[in-house]
Design a protein around this ligand. Sequence first.
Ligand code: NAD
Length: 256
Amino acid sequence: MAAPYRLVSRLAVVSGGGSGIGRAVCQRFASEGASVVVADCNKESAYETLALLSHNHRGQEHMALGVDVSLKDSVETLLNNIQSHYFQPPSVCVSAAGITQDGFLLTMEEKDFDKVIQVNLKGTFLLTQAVSKALVAAGVTKGSIITVGSIVGKVGNVGQINYSASKAGVDGLTRTAAKELSRYGIRCNCVLPGFIATPMTEKVPERVMNKITPFILMGRMGKPAEVADVCAFLASDDSRYITGVSIEVAGGLFIG
Ligand code: NAD
């Protein structure tokens, strides 16, 4: 059962908010009362998400903005636009923008390795840094930064040498950010999804998914809303004594 009003009067930015997990996070945060900035490199899909967001609480105001999280200037412009619109930095930040560019270690081209690191790892660094700088500068004493790693960053995955490295990096980045930012009241946690049904996993061939499913204790892929539920918990005061952790949302994948 959802706890519906935990994020009233919070301002949240969600990268990758135009699709999949990011979209579900935007919807869940809005339903809990937050004002949500949907940030995505695909502006059209960001606007599609915006149209789905509820406005059940007074003062709630959502917006959609384009950003390429792998570019520092683009991330800085995003933060400037948010602050000039809302007159405050977002106190909740979810880095859900991510890509795959799969290939084997023996054959992967350098450009494919670099691209995935730039979006998944550097993009998470740039957004986390920009939001925390803005919070510290504004003297805000409470914030929640949520990164999206992957179970694959822990256990590896054949054909994802770049992706698994990027997600292991996100995990380490989150722990370090938690250590550095706790003095400012900013908590940093990472969610580690397993296999979640989104446009990203639609690209995984059916024969591969059929091999993976028997290793999921819950016997099925996850839903984006099931990851969003955990993000809402981490964004809310229900998790006020939790920082520097990674939470698997993987239905027991590889644990059996
Ligand atoms: P998705 O492809 O549905 O959504 C990713 C979104 O990120 C898209 O809207 C895309 O436009 C946006 N994006 C990509 N590059 C960007 C950039 N440079 N700047 C801004 N936005 C950018 O994927 P998803 O499955 O919802 O994945 C969301 C996050 O969850 C990703 O970080 C992904 O690695 C992670 N994840 C997904 C799964 C899964 O099974 N789906 C599992 C583990 C982790």
